[in-house]
Design a protein around this ligand. Structure first.
Ligand SMILES: *Cc1c(COP(=O)(O)O)cnc(C)c1O
Length: 406
């Protein structure tokens, strides 16, 4: 029962799409596990994971089954009613984390938008309107809505769209003295990614997150962890805060949470959640049964000792091979990251050329990402098979060798 579609090609993108993206020259049409096929039938190994989203690869049987079962049951009902998949997923997130309460939405930006609004509302209710300042890190990324680009520390994403949200300041990441100098009793929240993802796969220092927690407590400010990229097993723990043993007040999740189905979530405590009373915030699709049914299947598979231990083992496989490639060809100065969120920092000679590396990799049949122009990023499926890791890294090495040979 397959529908006959009109033929389309990559060239159509330039005709009918807003030109805010620059997609690759080929069009992927099908995926299975960590392999993807394009329109011409060419097969690629996927270490990009749809930008840290396809946490269980493509068409994982548990997710396909959860989605199709829910598709035959109920798609959408709105928040005028609650629904079973949303309640089940919320229970699972609460049981597995510091949080007591969950707000569902559709993306990482929306999860952060909710987190920032909650932080401001808590401060407003408890301390008055002066306590509204948010401190975030330079080079951070929190999404593309106006509030989230204002909090994100990258002017290239926030400039040129009119007045930004006020009351936000930025400090250098991993610089506790800078945070100490910036925080005050007017600060309502400190917002950090436990590993800066888009900014270059830069993990926080242990002492930095511990110090940030202490400073927040001293100033009645909330600590917000943006775990949109680091969460849902990516770090080898369910959330990266567990790796550090530093607990936030509010946590945002998205990307891997849906394994490819759009969903976001903001997690917090009962005490804080009560400040978002009826009518203060919402979204039509938040807690959509399809999204939550898939999210539930994702957490069921991921939050198991076997999968999380597998992430740590696969981390070793990737890093030892990537370090060897880096040394052999002189392309990387460092391989960093946690679990299966890895960044290969380009050496001085290759600085700024991450895009060239990922284009060369795609030609050899392996999809990788960049994180800034100076870092090649890997965010594969957490259950990527050893054979795919080896074959994918062979292809990646061939791409690097060709680049180096010019
Ligand atoms: C991707 C990302 C976001 C934005 O998520 P969207 O789903 O694109 O809105 C926010 N924060 C971090 C850390 C991210 O990696």
């Amino acid at each position: 029962m397959s529908v006959q579609h009109d033929p389309v090609q990559r060239a159509d993108f330039d005709q009918v799409m807003v030109p805010n993206y620059a997609p690759a020259a080929f069009v992927p049409v099908r995926g299975q596990g960590s392999r993807v096929w394009d329109q011409s039938g060419r097969e690629l190994i996927d270490f990009a994971g749809g930008i840290a989203v396809n946490v269980l690869g493509h068409c994982h049987p548990a997710l396909v089954s959860a989605l199709t079962e829910q598709a035959n049951t109920m798609w959408h009902i709105s928040n005028v009613f609650t629904n079973e998949p949303a309640l089940r997923l919320a229970h699972k997130l609460v049981d597995a984390t510091f949080a007591d309460r969950v707000f569902f939405c559709n993306s990482g930006a929306e999860a952060n938008e909710a987190a920032f609004k909650l932080a401001r509302r808590v401060a407003f209710d408890k301390f008055g309107e002066d306590k509204c300042e948010i401190i975030a890190a330079t080079n951070s990324f929190h999404g593309r809505t106006l509030f989230t680009v204002s909090v994100g520390g990258q002017p290239k994403y926030s400039d040129g769209f009119g007045p930004k949200i006020q009351g936000i300041s930025h400090v250098p990441y991993n610089d506790l003295d800078a945070l100490k100098a910036a925080i005050s009793d007017k600060t309502c929240a400190v917002v950090l990614e436990p590993i800066q993802g888009e900014g270059g796969v830069l993990p926080a220092d242990q002492a930095y997150l511990e110090g940030a927690r202490k400073l927040c407590d001293e100033h009645n400010a909330l600590l917000v962890f943006d775990e949109v990229q680091t969460g849902m097993g990516r770090s080898g723990e369910l959330f990266a805060y567990m790796h550090y043993g530093v607990t936030p007040d509010i946590l945002s999740s998205a990307k891997s949470l849906g394994g490819g189905f759009p969903i976001g979530a903001m997690l917090t405590t009962t005490e804080l959640a009560k400040h978002l009373a009826v009518g203060t915030h919402g979204t039509t699709y938040g807690g959509n049964p399809l999204a939550c049914a898939v999210g539930e299947a994702v957490i069921d598979v991921i939050n198991t000792p076997a999968v999380l231990a597998g992430v740590k083992a696969k981390h070793q496989q990737f890093t030892s091979r990537l370090q060897a490639i880096g040394e052999k060809y002189g392309v990387f100065s460092e391989v960093r990251g946690l679990g299966l969120l890895l960044g290969c920092v380009l050496s001085d000679a290759w600085k700024g050329k991450a895009k060239a590396v990922l284009d060369a990799a795609a030609v050899e049949g392996v999809m990788v990402l960049q994180a800034s122009p100076d870092v090649v990023r890997f965010a594969p499926s957490l259950v990527v098979e050893d054979a795919d890791i080896n074959e994918g890294l062979d292809r990646f090495e061939r791409a690097v060798a060709k680049l180096v040979q010019g």
